[in-house]
Design a binder for this molecule. Structure first.
Ligand code: AMP
Ligand code: FE
Ligand code: FE
Ligand code: ZN
Length: 282
């Protein structure tokens, strides 16, 4: 078994890259892909220590992008995490995130909440910060009793402290992944609440931009949903991939490798990704 969708403290996971690799070894996973939001630093750190563990580490990333007004996530696998092609794109995304974090935190401070950007940055050094970290802060200060409540009452779209981000166009996210030597895959296709027609439109458009696969297995998907996605993948000639979207204690119901308990991603899915990369290079 493998897990091709894992977050670390480089973004909004709560385990360090090394902790995640160690846990994967303990679980007997053959391979994991480190796919932090909008940063390759988690993947780079995992590559540096992975020789100590009996787990294959795939350097990955999960880039937020936009398709027809909806935020979508594109996974990149087998990237060079130090790629010079990736850096300016990610710098742009992170800069936009930081501007937004500054404004959200400013609004909270203005309303008397005990929060500061400096405090957040010191609490999470080297991390690409986002709403989950702000939610964690609000919980620790006792303003809410769970991360979910922080979203429901403060940070979710439509709530007082929500601000939109500026997203990369889909094709630019894919291009950045390809320029970093990686293979692009559409993440969790059912999370966007698209109709069947729009989902196919999204996947066809993504494929035209260079995406070669889609997540058909995901923590939150039933066997029926996975089968539905597998049929679409076959119709559109996209390869199948899968992963848990493990975030450590920030998403406590999702376990590394097995998701909510029954997910099992076959080792062969990574072979498909590797074959696609060789295909690019020919
Ligand atoms: P950001 O990238 O800063 O906008 O944060 C997005 C992350 O926040 C997502 O990956 C989710 O993990 C989490 N999130 C977004 N919306 C919600 C919500 N309504 N409830 C709980 N978590 C959410
Ligand atoms: Fe996340
Ligand atoms: Fe995602
Ligand atoms: Zn993810």
């Amino acid at each position: 078994m493998i897990d091709l969708h894992v977050h670390t403290t480089a973004s909004d996971g709560t385990d360090s890259p090394e902790e995640v690799v160690k846990k994967a070894e303990e679980l007997g996973l053959a391979a994991i892909a480190i796919t932090d939001h909008d940063t390759a630093s988690g993947a780079a750190a995992a590559l540096e220590i992975c020789d100590k563990y009996n787990v294959e580490v795939v350097a990955g990333i999960e880039i937020s992008a936009e398709f027809k007004g909806t935020e979508v996530h594109i996974l990149g696998y087998l990237i060079d995490p130090h790629s010079r092609a990736l850096k300016p794109v990610l710098d742009w995304v992170v800069n936009d995130r930081n501007e937004r974090n500054r404004k959200i935190v400013g609004m909270l401070e203005a309303d008397g909440y005990d929060i500061s950007l400096k405090g957040l940055e010191e609490k999470h050094p080297g991390t690409v910060l986002g709403r989950p970290h702000i939610a964690g802060w609000l919980m620790e200060k006792g303003y809410v009793s769970s991360i979910q409540q922080a979203f429901d009452e403060f940070l979710a779209d439509g709530k007082k402290y929500f601000l939109p981000r500026t997203y990369l166009p889909l094709d630019e996210a894919v291009k950045a992944i390809k320029n970093a030597g990686g293979v692009a895959v559409a993440a969790h296709p059912l999370q966007y609440m698209f109709t069947d027609e729009k989902l196919r439109d999204f996947l066809r458009t993504a494929k035209a931009a260079g995406v070669i696969g889609m997540e058909t297995m995901y923590s939150l998907y039933s066997q029926e949903e996975t089968r539905y996605l597998e049929n679409i993948a076959e119709e559109l000639s996209l390869i199948k991939t899968g992963g848990s979207d493990y975030h450590g204690s920030r998403k406590p119901n999702i376990m590394l490798g097995i998701g909510t308990g029954s997910m099992a991603v076959p080792d062969g899915y990574l072979d498909g990704i590797k074959a696609a990369k060789r295909g690019y290079q020919r």
